[in-house]
Write a protein that binds this ligand. Structure first.
Ligand code: ADP
Ligand code: ADP
Length: 570
Protein backbone atom coordinates (compact mmCIF):
# COMPACT_ATOMS: atom_id res chain seq x y z
CA UNK A 1 0.00 0.00 0.00
CA UNK A 2 1.20 3.55 -0.67
CA UNK A 3 1.64 5.97 2.18
CA UNK A 4 -1.99 7.09 1.78
CA UNK A 5 -2.96 4.23 4.06
CA UNK A 6 -1.63 6.31 6.95
CA UNK A 7 -4.64 8.55 6.47
CA UNK A 8 -7.84 7.99 8.39
CA UNK A 9 -10.08 5.31 6.86
CA UNK A 10 -13.21 6.31 4.94
CA UNK A 11 -16.53 5.63 6.59
CA UNK A 12 -17.32 1.94 6.30
CA UNK A 13 -13.69 1.20 5.46
CA UNK A 14 -13.89 1.67 1.68
CA UNK A 15 -14.88 4.44 -0.66
CA UNK A 16 -18.00 3.92 -2.72
CA UNK A 17 -17.29 4.02 -6.45
CA UNK A 18 -20.31 3.77 -8.71
CA UNK A 19 -18.56 4.17 -12.06
CA UNK A 20 -18.92 0.92 -14.01
CA UNK A 21 -15.86 -0.71 -15.52
CA UNK A 22 -14.88 0.46 -18.99
CA UNK A 23 -15.58 -2.93 -20.63
CA UNK A 24 -19.18 -2.88 -19.45
CA UNK A 25 -19.86 0.68 -20.62
CA UNK A 26 -20.73 0.16 -24.32
CA UNK A 27 -23.47 -2.34 -23.47
CA UNK A 28 -25.01 -0.08 -20.88
CA UNK A 29 -24.88 2.90 -23.21
CA UNK A 30 -26.65 0.92 -25.89
CA UNK A 31 -29.30 -0.20 -23.40
CA UNK A 32 -29.88 3.36 -22.24
CA UNK A 33 -31.13 4.37 -25.68
CA UNK A 34 -34.21 2.19 -25.07
CA UNK A 35 -34.93 3.52 -21.58
CA UNK A 36 -37.11 6.37 -20.39
CA UNK A 37 -35.04 9.31 -19.13
CA UNK A 38 -34.98 11.51 -16.08
CA UNK A 39 -33.42 14.93 -16.36
CA UNK A 40 -31.85 15.69 -12.99
CA UNK A 41 -32.08 18.98 -11.11
CA UNK A 42 -28.89 20.88 -10.32
CA UNK A 43 -29.05 19.65 -6.74
CA UNK A 44 -29.60 16.00 -7.71
CA UNK A 45 -26.65 16.24 -10.12
CA UNK A 46 -24.29 17.40 -7.38
CA UNK A 47 -25.62 14.72 -5.02
CA UNK A 48 -25.18 12.06 -7.67
CA UNK A 49 -21.63 13.19 -8.41
CA UNK A 50 -20.56 13.07 -4.76
CA UNK A 51 -22.24 9.72 -4.27
CA UNK A 52 -20.57 8.27 -7.37
CA UNK A 53 -17.06 9.23 -6.27
CA UNK A 54 -17.51 8.17 -2.66
CA UNK A 55 -17.87 11.55 -1.00
CA UNK A 56 -21.06 10.34 0.70
CA UNK A 57 -19.72 6.85 1.55
CA UNK A 58 -21.26 4.57 2.70
CA UNK A 59 -24.29 5.91 0.80
CA UNK A 60 -24.41 4.30 -2.65
CA UNK A 61 -27.92 5.18 -3.80
CA UNK A 62 -30.57 7.85 -3.34
CA UNK A 63 -32.27 7.14 -0.03
CA UNK A 64 -35.13 4.68 0.21
CA UNK A 65 -38.12 5.03 2.47
CA UNK A 66 -36.49 3.31 5.45
CA UNK A 67 -33.43 5.57 5.13
CA UNK A 68 -35.66 8.61 4.79
CA UNK A 69 -37.56 7.87 7.97
CA UNK A 70 -34.52 7.02 10.00
CA UNK A 71 -32.52 10.04 8.81
CA UNK A 72 -35.42 12.28 9.82
CA UNK A 73 -35.84 10.77 13.26
CA UNK A 74 -32.31 9.68 14.20
CA UNK A 75 -29.85 11.03 11.62
CA UNK A 76 -29.05 7.47 10.58
CA UNK A 77 -29.31 5.36 7.46
CA UNK A 78 -31.47 2.26 7.67
CA UNK A 79 -28.25 0.29 8.18
CA UNK A 80 -27.53 2.31 11.33
CA UNK A 81 -24.63 4.48 10.05
CA UNK A 82 -24.65 8.12 11.04
CA UNK A 83 -25.94 10.27 8.17
CA UNK A 84 -27.76 13.47 9.15
CA UNK A 85 -28.89 14.86 5.77
CA UNK A 86 -31.37 13.56 3.20
CA UNK A 87 -30.10 12.67 -0.27
CA UNK A 88 -33.18 12.00 -2.38
CA UNK A 89 -34.10 11.78 -6.02
CA UNK A 90 -37.44 13.52 -6.44
CA UNK A 91 -39.81 13.33 -9.37
CA UNK A 92 -43.34 14.43 -10.15
CA UNK A 93 -46.15 11.90 -9.71
CA UNK A 94 -46.55 11.59 -13.48
CA UNK A 95 -42.85 10.87 -14.16
CA UNK A 96 -42.07 8.29 -16.82
CA UNK A 97 -40.71 5.59 -14.47
CA UNK A 98 -41.87 2.17 -13.38
CA UNK A 99 -40.95 -0.03 -10.46
CA UNK A 100 -38.34 -2.71 -11.16
CA UNK A 101 -37.48 -1.04 -14.46
CA UNK A 102 -34.44 0.93 -15.39
CA UNK A 103 -34.33 4.65 -16.09
CA UNK A 104 -31.56 6.70 -17.70
CA UNK A 105 -30.26 9.59 -15.60
CA UNK A 106 -29.34 12.68 -17.64
CA UNK A 107 -28.01 16.16 -17.03
CA UNK A 108 -29.60 19.45 -18.17
CA UNK A 109 -28.22 18.99 -21.69
CA UNK A 110 -29.52 15.41 -21.78
CA UNK A 111 -26.06 13.86 -21.57
CA UNK A 112 -26.25 10.32 -20.20
CA UNK A 113 -24.74 9.95 -16.73
CA UNK A 114 -25.94 6.60 -15.56
CA UNK A 115 -28.71 4.08 -15.15
CA UNK A 116 -30.86 3.54 -12.11
CA UNK A 117 -32.95 0.49 -11.36
CA UNK A 118 -36.10 1.81 -9.71
CA UNK A 119 -36.53 -0.49 -6.74
CA UNK A 120 -38.65 1.83 -4.65
CA UNK A 121 -40.86 4.88 -5.06
CA UNK A 122 -42.42 6.63 -2.08
CA UNK A 123 -44.10 9.86 -1.10
CA UNK A 124 -42.42 12.18 1.35
CA UNK A 125 -43.73 14.93 3.59
CA UNK A 126 -42.35 18.39 2.90
CA UNK A 127 -43.39 20.16 6.12
CA UNK A 128 -42.30 17.28 8.34
CA UNK A 129 -38.98 16.99 6.52
CA UNK A 130 -38.25 20.69 6.85
CA UNK A 131 -39.08 20.61 10.54
CA UNK A 132 -36.94 17.58 11.34
CA UNK A 133 -33.87 18.20 9.20
CA UNK A 134 -33.78 21.99 9.24
CA UNK A 135 -35.64 22.64 12.47
CA UNK A 136 -37.95 25.11 10.75
CA UNK A 137 -40.74 25.49 8.21
CA UNK A 138 -39.99 29.15 7.62
CA UNK A 139 -39.71 29.76 3.85
CA UNK A 140 -37.09 32.41 4.56
CA UNK A 141 -34.79 29.40 4.91
CA UNK A 142 -33.41 28.99 1.36
CA UNK A 143 -33.85 25.20 1.36
CA UNK A 144 -37.38 25.33 2.75
CA UNK A 145 -38.21 27.75 -0.08
CA UNK A 146 -36.66 25.40 -2.63
CA UNK A 147 -38.38 22.32 -1.19
CA UNK A 148 -41.80 23.74 -2.07
CA UNK A 149 -40.93 23.06 -5.72
CA UNK A 150 -39.57 19.53 -5.28
CA UNK A 151 -41.38 16.54 -6.76
CA UNK A 152 -43.81 14.57 -4.60
CA UNK A 153 -42.23 11.16 -5.13
CA UNK A 154 -38.78 9.92 -4.14
CA UNK A 155 -37.02 7.15 -6.08
CA UNK A 156 -34.37 4.74 -4.89
CA UNK A 157 -32.46 1.83 -6.37
CA UNK A 158 -29.16 0.56 -7.68
CA UNK A 159 -27.01 3.06 -9.58
CA UNK A 160 -24.62 2.31 -12.41
CA UNK A 161 -22.67 5.39 -13.42
CA UNK A 162 -21.20 5.92 -16.86
CA UNK A 163 -19.96 9.47 -16.52
CA UNK A 164 -19.75 12.26 -13.99
CA UNK A 165 -21.43 15.60 -14.60
CA UNK A 166 -19.03 17.63 -16.75
CA UNK A 167 -17.07 20.53 -15.24
CA UNK A 168 -14.66 22.42 -17.44
CA UNK A 169 -13.40 24.93 -14.90
CA UNK A 170 -10.49 24.53 -12.49
CA UNK A 171 -10.05 20.89 -13.56
CA UNK A 172 -6.71 20.56 -11.74
CA UNK A 173 -8.41 21.37 -8.43
CA UNK A 174 -11.39 19.04 -8.75
CA UNK A 175 -10.13 16.01 -6.85
CA UNK A 176 -12.16 12.92 -5.96
CA UNK A 177 -11.84 11.49 -2.45
CA UNK A 178 -9.36 8.90 -3.77
CA UNK A 179 -7.31 11.55 -5.57
CA UNK A 180 -7.40 13.81 -2.53
CA UNK A 181 -6.16 10.96 -0.35
CA UNK A 182 -3.36 10.24 -2.79
CA UNK A 183 -2.27 13.88 -2.83
CA UNK A 184 -2.42 14.14 0.96
CA UNK A 185 -0.48 10.91 1.20
CA UNK A 186 2.17 12.31 -1.12
CA UNK A 187 2.56 15.26 1.25
CA UNK A 188 3.46 12.69 3.88
CA UNK A 189 0.55 13.70 6.06
CA UNK A 190 -1.13 11.46 8.58
CA UNK A 191 -2.95 14.30 10.27
CA UNK A 192 -5.09 16.48 8.08
CA UNK A 193 -7.45 19.23 9.12
CA UNK A 194 -10.16 20.14 6.62
CA UNK A 195 -11.66 23.59 6.29
CA UNK A 196 -15.11 24.00 4.78
CA UNK A 197 -15.99 27.36 3.25
CA UNK A 198 -18.44 29.09 0.92
CA UNK A 199 -16.92 32.53 1.36
CA UNK A 200 -13.81 34.38 0.30
CA UNK A 201 -10.98 33.82 2.76
CA UNK A 202 -10.08 36.90 4.75
CA UNK A 203 -7.17 37.14 7.14
CA UNK A 204 -9.25 35.91 10.06
CA UNK A 205 -9.85 32.63 8.21
CA UNK A 206 -6.22 32.39 7.18
CA UNK A 207 -5.19 32.78 10.80
CA UNK A 208 -7.73 30.22 11.98
CA UNK A 209 -6.73 27.59 9.41
CA UNK A 210 -3.03 28.04 10.14
CA UNK A 211 -3.65 27.70 13.86
CA UNK A 212 -5.72 24.58 13.28
CA UNK A 213 -2.97 22.93 11.21
CA UNK A 214 -0.36 23.88 13.80
CA UNK A 215 -2.54 22.54 16.61
CA UNK A 216 -2.54 19.04 15.15
CA UNK A 217 0.92 19.37 13.63
CA UNK A 218 -0.55 18.36 10.29
CA UNK A 219 -1.54 19.75 6.92
CA UNK A 220 -4.53 21.80 5.85
CA UNK A 221 -7.10 20.58 3.35
CA UNK A 222 -8.65 23.79 2.06
CA UNK A 223 -11.94 22.42 0.83
CA UNK A 224 -14.29 25.11 -0.51
CA UNK A 225 -17.76 24.27 -1.77
CA UNK A 226 -18.27 24.91 -5.48
CA UNK A 227 -21.68 23.28 -5.83
CA UNK A 228 -24.70 25.13 -4.48
CA UNK A 229 -24.26 27.57 -1.62
CA UNK A 230 -26.45 30.30 -0.22
CA UNK A 231 -28.12 32.47 -2.88
CA UNK A 232 -26.28 35.79 -2.98
CA UNK A 233 -22.89 34.34 -2.00
CA UNK A 234 -19.76 35.47 -3.83
CA UNK A 235 -19.63 33.29 -6.98
CA UNK A 236 -17.17 30.44 -6.80
CA UNK A 237 -15.11 31.47 -9.84
CA UNK A 238 -14.11 34.61 -7.99
CA UNK A 239 -13.56 32.72 -4.75
CA UNK A 240 -11.38 30.04 -6.30
CA UNK A 241 -9.18 32.64 -8.03
CA UNK A 242 -8.65 34.17 -4.60
CA UNK A 243 -7.99 30.83 -2.83
CA UNK A 244 -5.35 30.01 -5.42
CA UNK A 245 -3.45 33.23 -4.81
CA UNK A 246 -3.60 32.71 -1.05
CA UNK A 247 -2.35 29.14 -1.21
CA UNK A 248 0.44 30.24 -3.54
CA UNK A 249 1.66 33.21 -1.58
CA UNK A 250 0.57 32.96 2.04
CA UNK A 251 0.61 29.30 3.06
CA UNK A 252 3.69 27.20 3.52
CA UNK A 253 4.26 24.95 0.52
CA UNK A 254 3.66 21.30 1.30
CA UNK A 255 1.42 22.11 4.23
CA UNK A 256 -1.76 22.85 2.36
CA UNK A 257 -3.87 21.20 -0.33
CA UNK A 258 -6.56 23.16 -2.15
CA UNK A 259 -9.34 20.99 -3.58
CA UNK A 260 -12.87 21.88 -4.69
CA UNK A 261 -15.93 20.11 -3.32
CA UNK A 262 -18.96 19.82 -5.66
CA UNK A 263 -21.41 19.80 -2.78
CA UNK A 264 -24.96 21.14 -2.87
CA UNK A 265 -25.25 22.68 0.59
CA UNK A 266 -28.49 22.50 2.57
CA UNK A 267 -27.61 25.27 5.03
CA UNK A 268 -28.86 22.95 7.75
CA UNK A 269 -26.59 24.36 10.48
CA UNK A 270 -25.84 21.68 13.11
CA UNK A 271 -26.92 18.65 11.07
CA UNK A 272 -25.00 19.99 8.11
CA UNK A 273 -21.85 20.35 10.24
CA UNK A 274 -22.00 16.65 11.13
CA UNK A 275 -22.48 15.85 7.44
CA UNK A 276 -19.53 18.05 6.45
CA UNK A 277 -17.31 16.25 8.95
CA UNK A 278 -18.37 12.86 7.65
CA UNK A 279 -17.71 13.90 4.03
CA UNK A 280 -14.24 15.22 4.92
CA UNK A 281 -13.41 11.99 6.63
CA UNK A 282 -14.06 10.28 3.30
CA UNK A 283 -11.62 12.72 1.71
CA UNK A 284 -8.93 11.66 4.17
CA UNK A 285 -9.13 14.35 6.83
CA UNK A 286 -8.50 13.38 10.45
CA UNK A 287 -9.80 16.69 11.79
CA UNK A 288 -12.42 19.21 10.84
CA UNK A 289 -12.82 22.87 11.72
CA UNK A 290 -16.20 24.01 13.03
CA UNK A 291 -16.37 27.73 13.64
CA UNK A 292 -19.16 30.09 14.60
CA UNK A 293 -22.47 29.82 12.69
CA UNK A 294 -21.38 26.80 10.65
CA UNK A 295 -23.52 26.34 7.48
CA UNK A 296 -25.85 29.08 8.59
CA UNK A 297 -28.81 30.21 6.48
CA UNK A 298 -28.90 33.67 8.10
CA UNK A 299 -31.99 35.18 9.70
CA UNK A 300 -35.57 33.87 9.78
CA UNK A 301 -38.67 35.90 8.99
CA UNK A 302 -38.77 37.23 12.55
CA UNK A 303 -35.21 38.52 12.12
CA UNK A 304 -33.74 35.87 14.44
CA UNK A 305 -30.95 33.42 13.56
CA UNK A 306 -32.21 29.95 12.59
CA UNK A 307 -29.54 28.28 14.74
CA UNK A 308 -27.49 29.35 17.73
CA UNK A 309 -23.89 30.34 16.87
CA UNK A 310 -22.39 27.26 18.55
CA UNK A 311 -25.20 24.70 18.03
CA UNK A 312 -23.18 23.06 15.25
CA UNK A 313 -20.16 22.58 17.51
CA UNK A 314 -22.37 21.00 20.16
CA UNK A 315 -23.93 18.50 17.78
CA UNK A 316 -20.60 17.52 16.24
CA UNK A 317 -19.15 17.10 19.74
CA UNK A 318 -22.05 14.82 20.66
CA UNK A 319 -21.17 12.44 17.80
CA UNK A 320 -17.43 12.98 17.95
CA UNK A 321 -16.57 9.41 18.89
CA UNK A 322 -18.71 7.79 16.26
CA UNK A 323 -17.71 10.25 13.52
CA UNK A 324 -14.11 9.18 13.89
CA UNK A 325 -12.88 12.60 12.82
CA UNK A 326 -11.74 15.11 15.41
CA UNK A 327 -13.41 18.51 15.66
CA UNK A 328 -11.38 21.67 16.05
CA UNK A 329 -13.90 24.19 17.38
CA UNK A 330 -13.16 27.87 16.89
CA UNK A 331 -14.81 31.05 18.11
CA UNK A 332 -14.82 34.23 16.10
CA UNK A 333 -11.38 35.62 15.21
CA UNK A 334 -11.03 39.30 15.95
CA UNK A 335 -8.34 41.75 14.93
CA UNK A 336 -6.48 43.58 17.70
CA UNK A 337 -5.39 46.86 16.07
CA UNK A 338 -3.04 47.85 18.91
CA UNK A 339 -1.07 44.63 18.58
CA UNK A 340 -1.63 44.08 14.84
CA UNK A 341 -2.67 40.47 15.26
CA UNK A 342 -5.71 38.21 15.35
CA UNK A 343 -7.06 36.45 18.40
CA UNK A 344 -10.01 34.25 19.17
CA UNK A 345 -12.78 36.15 20.85
CA UNK A 346 -12.81 34.04 24.04
CA UNK A 347 -9.14 34.84 24.61
CA UNK A 348 -9.39 38.59 24.31
CA UNK A 349 -9.37 40.50 27.61
CA UNK A 350 -12.34 42.78 28.20
CA UNK A 351 -10.89 46.22 27.65
CA UNK A 352 -8.84 45.41 24.57
CA UNK A 353 -9.81 47.18 21.35
CA UNK A 354 -10.97 44.91 18.52
CA UNK A 355 -11.92 45.42 14.89
CA UNK A 356 -13.89 43.42 12.38
CA UNK A 357 -15.80 43.97 9.14
CA UNK A 358 -19.04 42.09 8.47
CA UNK A 359 -19.98 40.51 5.15
CA UNK A 360 -22.64 43.18 4.63
CA UNK A 361 -20.07 45.91 5.27
CA UNK A 362 -17.67 44.29 2.83
CA UNK A 363 -20.34 44.56 0.13
CA UNK A 364 -21.90 47.89 0.97
CA UNK A 365 -19.18 50.03 2.51
CA UNK A 366 -16.26 48.74 0.51
CA UNK A 367 -17.05 46.98 -2.78
CA UNK A 368 -20.12 49.05 -3.73
CA UNK A 369 -18.29 52.23 -2.80
CA UNK A 370 -15.19 51.22 -4.76
CA UNK A 371 -13.11 51.26 -1.55
CA UNK A 372 -10.29 48.77 -1.27
CA UNK A 373 -10.54 46.49 1.77
CA UNK A 374 -7.83 47.26 4.33
CA UNK A 375 -4.73 45.06 4.45
CA UNK A 376 -5.35 44.02 8.04
CA UNK A 377 -8.65 42.51 6.94
CA UNK A 378 -7.86 40.93 3.56
CA UNK A 379 -4.69 40.20 1.62
CA UNK A 380 -4.31 42.86 -1.09
CA UNK A 381 -4.44 40.29 -3.93
CA UNK A 382 -7.77 38.98 -2.60
CA UNK A 383 -9.12 42.51 -2.20
CA UNK A 384 -8.23 43.21 -5.84
CA UNK A 385 -9.89 40.02 -7.11
CA UNK A 386 -13.07 40.91 -5.22
CA UNK A 387 -13.01 44.46 -6.62
CA UNK A 388 -12.59 43.16 -10.15
CA UNK A 389 -15.62 40.88 -9.80
CA UNK A 390 -17.76 43.29 -7.80
CA UNK A 391 -17.20 46.75 -9.25
CA UNK A 392 -18.44 49.84 -7.43
CA UNK A 393 -22.03 50.94 -7.76
CA UNK A 394 -21.24 53.54 -10.43
CA UNK A 395 -20.02 50.73 -12.68
CA UNK A 396 -22.86 48.30 -11.93
CA UNK A 397 -25.88 47.85 -14.16
CA UNK A 398 -29.25 49.44 -13.55
CA UNK A 399 -32.55 49.79 -15.41
CA UNK A 400 -34.75 52.87 -15.56
CA UNK A 401 -38.18 51.71 -16.72
CA UNK A 402 -40.58 54.41 -17.92
CA UNK A 403 -44.24 53.39 -17.95
CA UNK A 404 -47.35 55.43 -18.75
CA UNK A 405 -49.99 56.10 -21.39
CA UNK A 406 -49.14 56.66 -25.01
CA UNK A 407 -48.10 60.28 -25.40
CA UNK A 408 -47.42 60.64 -21.68
CA UNK A 409 -43.87 61.78 -22.38
CA UNK A 410 -41.87 58.58 -21.75
CA UNK A 411 -39.72 58.74 -24.88
CA UNK A 412 -39.11 62.46 -24.59
CA UNK A 413 -38.00 62.21 -20.96
CA UNK A 414 -36.02 59.04 -21.64
CA UNK A 415 -34.12 60.77 -24.43
CA UNK A 416 -33.17 63.67 -22.18
CA UNK A 417 -32.14 61.31 -19.38
CA UNK A 418 -29.97 59.36 -21.80
CA UNK A 419 -27.93 62.41 -22.75
CA UNK A 420 -27.49 63.32 -19.08
CA UNK A 421 -26.22 59.80 -18.33
CA UNK A 422 -23.82 59.85 -21.27
CA UNK A 423 -22.55 63.20 -20.06
CA UNK A 424 -21.79 61.56 -16.70
CA UNK A 425 -19.79 58.76 -18.25
CA UNK A 426 -22.26 55.86 -18.25
CA UNK A 427 -22.91 53.56 -21.21
CA UNK A 428 -26.62 53.54 -22.04
CA UNK A 429 -28.87 51.31 -24.10
CA UNK A 430 -32.26 52.80 -24.97
CA UNK A 431 -35.10 50.34 -25.47
CA UNK A 432 -38.03 52.43 -26.66
CA UNK A 433 -41.29 50.55 -27.20
CA UNK A 434 -42.01 52.12 -30.60
CA UNK A 435 -38.48 51.37 -31.80
CA UNK A 436 -38.26 47.86 -30.33
CA UNK A 437 -41.43 46.98 -32.21
CA UNK A 438 -39.54 47.61 -35.49
CA UNK A 439 -36.93 44.88 -34.82
CA UNK A 440 -36.78 42.81 -31.60
CA UNK A 441 -40.58 42.63 -31.41
CA UNK A 442 -41.42 43.08 -35.08
CA UNK A 443 -44.70 41.37 -35.98
CA UNK A 444 -46.19 41.59 -32.50
CA UNK A 445 -49.51 43.37 -32.21
CA UNK A 446 -51.41 44.85 -29.29
CA UNK A 447 -53.37 41.89 -27.93
CA UNK A 448 -52.74 41.29 -24.25
CA UNK A 449 -50.61 38.30 -25.13
CA UNK A 450 -48.49 40.15 -27.69
CA UNK A 451 -47.98 43.12 -25.41
CA UNK A 452 -46.80 40.82 -22.63
CA UNK A 453 -44.45 39.10 -25.05
CA UNK A 454 -43.07 42.47 -26.10
CA UNK A 455 -42.44 43.52 -22.51
CA UNK A 456 -40.87 40.17 -21.59
CA UNK A 457 -38.49 40.44 -24.53
CA UNK A 458 -37.47 43.93 -23.48
CA UNK A 459 -37.14 42.56 -19.94
CA UNK A 460 -34.88 39.70 -21.03
CA UNK A 461 -32.53 41.98 -22.96
CA UNK A 462 -32.56 44.48 -20.10
CA UNK A 463 -31.63 41.84 -17.55
CA UNK A 464 -28.67 40.71 -19.66
CA UNK A 465 -27.37 44.23 -20.18
CA UNK A 466 -27.77 45.10 -16.50
CA UNK A 467 -26.00 41.91 -15.47
CA UNK A 468 -23.05 43.02 -17.56
CA UNK A 469 -22.88 46.43 -15.97
CA UNK A 470 -24.82 48.54 -18.47
CA UNK A 471 -27.53 51.13 -17.96
CA UNK A 472 -30.85 50.50 -19.71
CA UNK A 473 -33.41 53.20 -20.28
CA UNK A 474 -36.64 51.51 -21.31
CA UNK A 475 -39.75 53.37 -22.38
CA UNK A 476 -42.86 51.34 -23.17
CA UNK A 477 -46.51 51.79 -22.23
CA UNK A 478 -46.22 48.44 -20.39
CA UNK A 479 -49.81 48.71 -19.19
CA UNK A 480 -50.03 45.55 -17.09
CA UNK A 481 -48.74 45.60 -13.52
CA UNK A 482 -47.98 41.89 -13.25
CA UNK A 483 -45.79 41.95 -16.35
CA UNK A 484 -43.85 44.97 -15.13
CA UNK A 485 -43.31 43.19 -11.81
CA UNK A 486 -42.08 40.16 -13.69
CA UNK A 487 -39.46 42.32 -15.39
CA UNK A 488 -38.53 43.80 -12.03
CA UNK A 489 -37.73 40.30 -10.81
CA UNK A 490 -35.83 39.37 -13.96
CA UNK A 491 -33.61 42.41 -13.59
CA UNK A 492 -33.33 42.28 -9.80
CA UNK A 493 -35.28 44.32 -7.28
CA UNK A 494 -32.33 46.54 -6.32
CA UNK A 495 -31.45 47.49 -9.90
CA UNK A 496 -34.88 48.33 -11.20
CA UNK A 497 -36.14 51.92 -11.09
CA UNK A 498 -39.77 52.14 -12.15
CA UNK A 499 -40.69 55.63 -13.32
CA UNK A 500 -44.40 56.30 -13.69
CA UNK A 501 -44.99 59.08 -16.21
CA UNK A 502 -48.30 60.13 -14.72
CA UNK A 503 -49.86 62.27 -17.43
CA UNK A 504 -53.69 62.41 -17.38
CA UNK A 505 -55.44 60.82 -20.32
CA UNK A 506 -57.02 64.08 -21.48
CA UNK A 507 -53.58 65.72 -21.65
CA UNK A 508 -52.15 62.81 -23.67
CA UNK A 509 -55.14 62.98 -25.94
CA UNK A 510 -54.81 66.72 -26.46
CA UNK A 511 -51.09 66.31 -27.30
CA UNK A 512 -51.77 63.32 -29.56
CA UNK A 513 -48.39 63.82 -31.24
CA UNK A 514 -48.73 60.55 -33.16
CA UNK A 515 -52.39 61.01 -34.02
CA UNK A 516 -53.23 57.67 -32.43
CA UNK A 517 -55.88 58.85 -29.98
CA UNK A 518 -57.90 60.40 -32.80
CA UNK A 519 -57.77 57.06 -34.60
CA UNK A 520 -58.71 55.18 -31.43
CA UNK A 521 -61.70 57.47 -30.83
CA UNK A 522 -62.87 56.88 -34.40
CA UNK A 523 -62.57 53.15 -33.74
CA UNK A 524 -59.81 52.66 -36.30
CA UNK A 525 -57.56 51.23 -33.57
CA UNK A 526 -59.17 48.99 -31.00
CA UNK A 527 -57.91 47.81 -27.65
CA UNK A 528 -56.13 51.14 -27.22
CA UNK A 529 -54.61 51.74 -23.80
CA UNK A 530 -56.64 54.24 -21.80
CA UNK A 531 -59.51 54.21 -24.29
CA UNK A 532 -60.78 50.64 -24.47
CA UNK A 533 -57.93 48.73 -22.81
CA UNK A 534 -56.81 49.28 -19.20
CA UNK A 535 -53.69 51.00 -17.95
CA UNK A 536 -52.77 49.62 -14.53
CA UNK A 537 -50.82 52.38 -12.77
CA UNK A 538 -47.84 51.27 -10.62
CA UNK A 539 -48.62 51.00 -6.92
CA UNK A 540 -45.15 51.75 -5.57
CA UNK A 541 -43.03 53.21 -8.36
CA UNK A 542 -39.61 54.47 -7.34
CA UNK A 543 -40.46 57.77 -9.04
CA UNK A 544 -43.68 59.43 -10.27
CA UNK A 545 -43.35 62.25 -12.81
CA UNK A 546 -45.78 65.00 -13.62
CA UNK A 547 -45.41 66.29 -17.18
CA UNK A 548 -48.00 69.06 -16.88
CA UNK A 549 -46.08 71.24 -14.44
CA UNK A 550 -42.52 69.94 -15.09
CA UNK A 551 -40.46 70.02 -18.28
CA UNK A 552 -38.78 66.90 -19.70
CA UNK A 553 -35.43 68.21 -18.53
CA UNK A 554 -36.63 68.84 -14.96
CA UNK A 555 -38.05 65.32 -14.86
CA UNK A 556 -34.92 63.74 -16.33
CA UNK A 557 -32.85 65.49 -13.65
CA UNK A 558 -35.11 64.07 -10.95
CA UNK A 559 -34.41 60.57 -12.21
CA UNK A 560 -30.71 61.33 -12.44
CA UNK A 561 -30.67 62.53 -8.83
CA UNK A 562 -32.32 59.30 -7.75
CA UNK A 563 -29.59 57.32 -9.54
CA UNK A 564 -26.95 59.49 -7.88
CA UNK A 565 -28.40 58.84 -4.44
CA UNK A 566 -28.32 55.10 -5.19
CA UNK A 567 -24.69 55.39 -6.25
CA UNK A 568 -25.28 54.33 -9.87
CA UNK A 569 -23.99 57.68 -11.13
CA UNK A 570 -20.99 59.49 -9.74
P1 ADP B 1 -44.63 58.40 -25.02
O1 ADP B 1 -43.24 57.91 -25.30
O2 ADP B 1 -44.96 58.33 -23.55
O3 ADP B 1 -45.66 57.83 -25.88
P2 ADP B 1 -43.68 60.85 -26.19
O4 ADP B 1 -42.53 61.25 -25.34
O5 ADP B 1 -43.41 60.22 -27.48
O6 ADP B 1 -44.65 59.95 -25.28
O7 ADP B 1 -44.64 62.06 -26.48
C1 ADP B 1 -44.95 63.00 -25.55
C2 ADP B 1 -45.33 64.30 -26.28
O8 ADP B 1 -45.65 65.21 -25.26
C3 ADP B 1 -44.14 64.88 -27.03
O9 ADP B 1 -44.59 65.52 -28.19
C4 ADP B 1 -43.60 65.90 -26.06
O10 ADP B 1 -42.91 66.96 -26.68
C5 ADP B 1 -44.84 66.38 -25.36
N1 ADP B 1 -44.62 66.93 -24.02
C6 ADP B 1 -45.14 68.11 -23.58
N2 ADP B 1 -44.76 68.35 -22.32
C7 ADP B 1 -44.00 67.31 -21.93
C8 ADP B 1 -43.33 67.03 -20.72
N3 ADP B 1 -43.36 67.84 -19.65
N4 ADP B 1 -42.65 65.85 -20.67
C9 ADP B 1 -42.59 65.03 -21.72
N5 ADP B 1 -43.21 65.27 -22.88
C10 ADP B 1 -43.92 66.42 -23.02
P1 ADP C 1 -46.55 48.30 -25.17
O1 ADP C 1 -46.01 48.53 -23.82
O2 ADP C 1 -48.01 48.06 -25.14
O3 ADP C 1 -45.84 47.29 -25.97
P2 ADP C 1 -45.23 50.30 -26.75
O4 ADP C 1 -44.67 51.43 -25.96
O5 ADP C 1 -44.32 49.26 -27.28
O6 ADP C 1 -46.44 49.69 -25.89
O7 ADP C 1 -46.01 50.88 -27.96
C1 ADP C 1 -47.05 51.71 -27.72
C2 ADP C 1 -47.21 52.66 -28.90
O8 ADP C 1 -47.84 51.97 -29.95
C3 ADP C 1 -48.10 53.79 -28.48
O9 ADP C 1 -47.33 54.91 -28.13
C4 ADP C 1 -48.98 54.01 -29.68
O10 ADP C 1 -48.40 55.04 -30.47
C5 ADP C 1 -48.92 52.74 -30.48
N1 ADP C 1 -50.16 51.89 -30.39
C6 ADP C 1 -50.74 51.28 -31.42
N2 ADP C 1 -51.79 50.55 -31.03
C7 ADP C 1 -51.90 50.69 -29.69
C8 ADP C 1 -52.79 50.20 -28.70
N3 ADP C 1 -53.79 49.39 -29.01
N4 ADP C 1 -52.60 50.56 -27.41
C9 ADP C 1 -51.56 51.36 -27.08
N5 ADP C 1 -50.70 51.85 -27.97
C10 ADP C 1 -50.84 51.52 -29.26
Amino acid sequence: MPSTSRLIQPIGGTLVNLIVAEEAQPDLRARATYLPSLQLSERALYDLELMAIGGFSPLDRFMNRADYERVLAEMRLDGGQLFPILVMLLVERNADVRLDREVALRDARNELLGIMTVEEAYEWDCAETAQQVLGTRDVRHPLVAEMQRWGAVALSGRLQMLALPAHHDFSDLRLTPAETRARLGALGASRVVAFQTRNPLHRAHEELTKRAAAAIDGVLLLHPVVGMTKPGDVDYYTRVRAYKVLVDRYYERGHVLLALLPLAMRLAGPREAVWHALIRRNYGASHFIVGRDHASPGLDSAGKPFYGPYDAQELVARFQEELGIGMLPFGEMMYLPDEDRYEEVSRIPRMVRTASISGTQVREEFLNAGQKLPDWFTRPEVAQILMDSYPPRHRQGVCVWFTGLSGAGKSTTAETLTTLLLERGRQVTVLDGDVVRTHLSKGLGFSKEDRDTNIRRIGFVTAEIVRHGGVVVAAAVSPYRATRDEVRHMVGEDRFVEVFVDTPLDVCERRDSKGVYAKARRGEITGFTGIDDPYEAPENPEITLDTVVSTPEQNARRVLEHLERQGFVR
